[in-house]
Ligand binder design. Structure first.
Ligand code: PMP
Length: 355
């Protein structure tokens, strides 16, 4: 038995792998592979339609929201967002809580003025800043809901009238919240939604078309809306895997049900970390991520030994990101509770032997 704690691409439900592999050989009993059908066929159109409608349903989106499946990963959204929403002479507000937010800020600066309203860089991004104010003239306020690398998460939506833009790449559909509060949400699919190669973008129609610059069609959200996410060939297989994963999420009870499981998994992991002095969680308690738990050990040799123990016990993806070091256990939606039990048992055992 293996346990997959990879940070992304990461674990997906077993039944999704099963169905996706069957569709590679024989999609919808057509005698054709999903990899060899045209994206404008009825068969694929119904995949796209279902992926969009499941996203709407699971996120409880109101009628004014558009759901898009686009290429380019979340990194493309770092510049596509300001291209569409930020005029050269206007300003946008950004929160800087980690490496991904920093990259988004860098790209936005190519298109207009950027005010970083707060940053947790001073303490290696180990907390979420609070008590900052957002300028009322900002075109939008951008933040990363979950900081995948550093292991911190925003547990409340900021109170502001400024249009909210969120990078939800690593926690979308993991916790119930009012998704309609956001003017634009984007997420690379490869954690909670599906396979790498596609981005989910959810946007309000009315925030679009306000910038004066000319946009290439592929960068213009309005063109993608007009064309139902089929302005060009979409990443057919990646969209199909999203649809299967969204179906699975609906079947197991949706976002509220998965939130309960995610809270239970995170509680077990953080309680264990807090009980074992050998391990040091790096993030302020109230800002800890339900998706990515980051921790270190004081002794580098013991860190190596713990990594080797994890490997010997079939645990993948435990090593921390190179910028933080230590360890990172990712607990995305599809990770079973049993995997967290397995790693916490291993930690207790390791602490007994080495503490
Ligand atoms: N934002 C966040 C929060 C991420 O975790 C990642 C990647 N793991 C990205 C953006 C970049 O995503 P991509 O590799 O799809 O461009």
């Amino acid at each position: 038995m293996v346990h997959n704690f990879n940070a992304g691409p990461s674990i997906l439900p077993k039944e999704v792998f099963q169905e996706a592999s069957e569709a590679i050989l024989n999609f919808n009993n057509m005698g054709l592979s999903i990899l060899e059908i045209g994206h404008r066929t009825d068969a694929f159109q119904s995949v796209m339609d279902e992926a969009q409608s499941l996203t709407r349903e699971l996120m409880n989106l109101n009628a004014g929201k558009e759901v898009l499946f686009l290429h380019g990963g979340a990194s493309t959204q770092f510049f596509q967002v300001p291209m569409n929403l930020l005029d050269e002479k206007s300003g946008a507000a950004y929160l800087d809580c980690g490496v991904w937010g920093t990259k988004a800020i860098k790209e936005a600066k190519l298109y207009g003025n950027v005010e970083v309203v707060a940053s947790s860089k001073d303490r290696n991004y180990s907390y979420i800043p609070k008590g900052y104010s957002i300028p009322d003239k900002a075109s939008y306020f951008h933040y990363t809901t979950n900081n995948t690398v550093e292991g911190s998460q925003m547990h409340a939506i900021p109170e502001t009238d400024i249009p909210l833009v969120a990078d939800m790449s690593s926690d979308i559909l993991s916790t119930d919240m009012d998704f309609n509060r956001f003017a634009l949400i984007y997420a690379g699919a490869q954690k909670n939604i599906g396979a790498a190669g596609v981005n989910v973008v959810i946007t309000d129609q009315e925030i679009l078309g306000k910038v004066s610059r000319k946009l290439p069609a592929m960068m213009d959200y309005r063109e993608h809306i007009k064309n139902g996410s089929m302005l060009n060939t979409p990443p057919v297989f990646a969209v199909y895997v999203c649809m299967l994963t969204l179906r699975w999420l609906k079947k197991i009870g949706g976002v509220k049900a998965i939130q309960k499981l995610n809270e239970k998994k995170a509680a077990l992991l953080y309680d264990t970390l807090d009980q074992l002095p050998l391990f040091t969680p790096t993030v302020a308690k109230e800002d800890r991520s339900l998706m990515n738990a980051v921790f270190t050990m004081a002794d580098a040799d013991l860190e190596k030994a713990f990594l080797a123990t994890c490997k010997a016990n079939g645990m993948y993806g435990v090593k921390g990101h190179r910028s933080v070091g230590g360890f990172r256990i990712s607990m995305y939606n599809a990770l079973p509770y049993e995997s967290v039990e397995a790693v916490t048992d291993l930690m207790k055992d390791f602490a007994n032997k080495n503490g």
